[in-house]
Design a protein around this ligand. Structure first.
Ligand code: CA
Ligand code: CA
Length: 116
């Protein structure tokens, strides 16, 4: 996706999220918008307090509304964030090899010839 396409996609999401069409995104409109722009964010499990902090980060002039300019100011860094190397993964626990089932020695039944 080119920068231009990304900006257009964000603009589309911004307008779509602006439910009352005042060209501003309120706190209630912000949460679904953020999740659309950042689908893989761990914020899908965020508390309301964390969302407020995130909203405040976007709302740079503090009028409790996020304009397109304010939104784009941070949205444009998305790709850079995505390019950051992922934190080193915990080594995957190696699955224990199945213990080999000991082969039980088969009981050998010796038929003794019965003498008549
Ligand atoms: Ca709105
Ligand atoms: Ca604002």
């Amino acid at each position: 996706m080119s920068d231009q396409q990304y900006q257009e996609a964000c603009g589309f999401i911004f307008r779509k999220s602006d439910l009352n069409k005042d060209e501003m995104v309120s706190f209630d409109e912000f949460t679904p918008m953020y999740l659309l722009v950042h689908p893989k964010t761990p914020f899908n499990r965020a508390t309301k307090g964390q969302w407020t902090e995130m909203f405040d980060l976007y709302d740079s002039n503090g009028d409790a509304l996020v304009s397109w300019t304010e939104a784009w100011r941070l949205f444009q860094y998305k790709e850079r964030f995505d390019l950051m190397p992922a934190r080193e993964k915990e080594p995957e626990s190696t699955a224990k090899p199945k213990p080999a089932t000991p082969v039980e020695p088969k009981e050998t039944i010796v038929f003794e010839p019965v003498g008549i």
